[in-house]
Design a protein around this ligand. Structure first.
Ligand code: HEM
Length: 394
């Protein structure tokens, strides 16, 4: 991967660039350390987030033939132009667990790779000029900015699982009238050590609400729901966008099974891709201009938990041809594992912006490099022979 230096963007307001650079470096370092902790040799290292795939499908991405001239920017410049694409559907959870884990639903991901888009890119994709669109099934991201994400990551690292109740502990001071003095002292000491401000407390409350929403949102079929970028991107030099993909029709099944198997989402995807029925998503944009209101401290750019309420406009159509019975084969799944998606695989016109997106640049590269540089895992019978040899000959 080679990358161009990114110009300063007029929409971004980085309050303390040196501090943010340090936070990004620390989170990137923790990402790699966490992977080593989660996957000790000879285990195969998976993605730092979204390790569980429901399947990869091939698709086409076609710019609407009637796209309005004001939206003909970057990838969307040429009406009617069609690109090949691949889409990976996933669970966001950092560990591979049942799709409904201990009764709780989770965040779901849709990552689209649009191939050979031409133009100037920020980071090339193994030499190719591809445009990736990464989305989750909520219009907002649960953590507002780099500062909050680093605090979360430190807790995840300490605990070694994908649960961080300590992150939300300060809210207990406001919400729990029965909190003990000892607990109160512990939380206050943590808040002082982490320099948690009133503003950070407000963001923490918003994060807790978003997570409660995720955990109570049932998804029956990854191919049947709407996905969102949550974070913002440039739209040419003088506008910004968020994007979303929405199915054009109802895609059965629409209800979660009564006793859902651990991988019921990949079952639903495989079953859908075995049907002889093409699927379509509308790819839509929310576009804002420099003269629009972006809130105090550019909240709508710098806080990925803040929702934009502008109308979505359809600019392209995603077509997933069917049937694709190969989605369930070991060979196809292995190829899907090796794909690398990052919001920074992007045309310069759609540069990722805002604190969370600046953080993602180094973190995705570190996660992908670390997992792909790992030697291929040995087949289990070779590992067994190795063990036997060691036990016999020391
Ligand atoms: C708006 C916010 C975000 C969205 C919509 C998002 C979405 C996604 C999606 C859909 C994937 C799966 C890509 C695939 O299928 O390979 C992914 C992967 C990943 N995400 Fe995010 N994400 C967001 C924020 C973050 C943040 C803040 C971090 C950490 C700093 C992060 C770290 C990762 C990592 C490490 C991977 C795996 C990269 C790899 O090994 O290839 N994400 N993300």
């Amino acid at each position: 991967m080679s990358s161009t230096t990114t110009s300063r963007c007029p929409f971004e307001h980085i309050q303390n660039p040196d501090q943010e650079a340090e936070q990004i470096a620390e989170t990137t370092d923790l990402t790699v350390k966490l992977l080593d902790k989660r996957y000790p040799p000879p285990e195969q290292i998976l993605r730092g987030v979204h390790p569980k795939s429901h399947g990869c499908v091939k698709a086409t991405f076609t710019i609407n033939s009637d796209i309005a001239p004001e939206f003909q920017v970057g990838l969307f410049a040429e009406a009617g132009k069609q690109f090949d694409a691949i889409i990976r559907f996933s669970n966001a959870a950092a560990l591979v667990r049942p799709d409904i884990d201990k009764g709780k639903h989770g965040s779901r991901g849709m990552a689209i790779k649009v191939f050979d888009v031409g133009g100037e890119v920020l980071i090339d994709d193994n030499g190719a000029h591809n445009q990736d669109f990464l989305m989750i099934n909520q219009p907002v991201f649960a953590f507002a900015n780099t500062e909050d994400y680093l605090r979360l990551d430190k807790i995840l690292f300490e605990r070694g699982d994908d649960n961080a109740p300590e992150f939300f502990a300060p809210l207990q001071l406001k919400l729990n009238p029965n909190i003990t003095e000892e607990e109160k002292r512990r939380i206050l000491a943590y808040m002082e050590a982490e320099n948690i401000s009133e503003e950070a407390m407000r963001r923490m409350g918003a994060s807790a609400k978003i997570i409660a929403g995720i955990q109570s949102t049932p998804v029956a079929n990854p191919l049947g729901i709407q996905y969102f970028s949550a974070a913002p991107f440039l739209f040419g030099s003088d506008r910004v966008m968020k994007f979303s993909a929405m199915p054009c029709a109802v895609v059965p099944p629409t209800d979660v099974p009564d006793s859902p198997p651990p991988d019921y989402l990949s079952d639903a995807l495989t079953e859908t891709m075995n049907r002889n029925e093409e699927l379509h998503f509308d790819f839509m944009l929310q576009v804002r201009r420099e003269c629009d209101d972006f809130g105090v401290d550019n909240e709508l750019i710098e806080n990925a938990s803040s929702e934009w309420h502008d109308d979505f406009v359809s600019v392209a159509k995603i077509t997933i041809p069917a049937p694709q019975p190969e989605v369930d084969t070991a060979e196809h799944k292995a190829r899907c594992e090796k794909l690398v998606f990052t919001p920074w695989h992007s045309l310069v016109e759609h540069q990722p912006i805002g604190s969370i997106n600046r953080l993602r640049k180094d973190v995705y590269q570190a996660s992908a490099t670390h997992r792909l540089e790992q030697p291929e895992p040995l087949p289990s019978f070779v590992r067994l022979l190795e063990k036997l040899f060691k036990s016999l000959f020391g």
